[in-house]
Design a binder for this molecule. Sequence first.
Ligand SMILES: [Zn+2]
Length: 64
Amino acid sequence: MSEQPATVTGIPAGLTVRGLDREQTPVADWLCSCHRHERATGRPAVQQLLTRARTGHCPHREAA
Ligand SMILES: [Zn+2]
């Protein structure tokens, strides 16, 4: 009954983070507005994904 994903204030819908409060590898799943899906595993990768998702615009259309 405690397996609900964490919700983070200020982050667009489509982003889910699991495992942040436990001593296990956190995993973030992000469904972008362009419908691309990204998954980050590990705290540093999750934090980077949170930062990118929080900007609110799609990063996938920009040239890398
Ligand atoms: Zn995108």
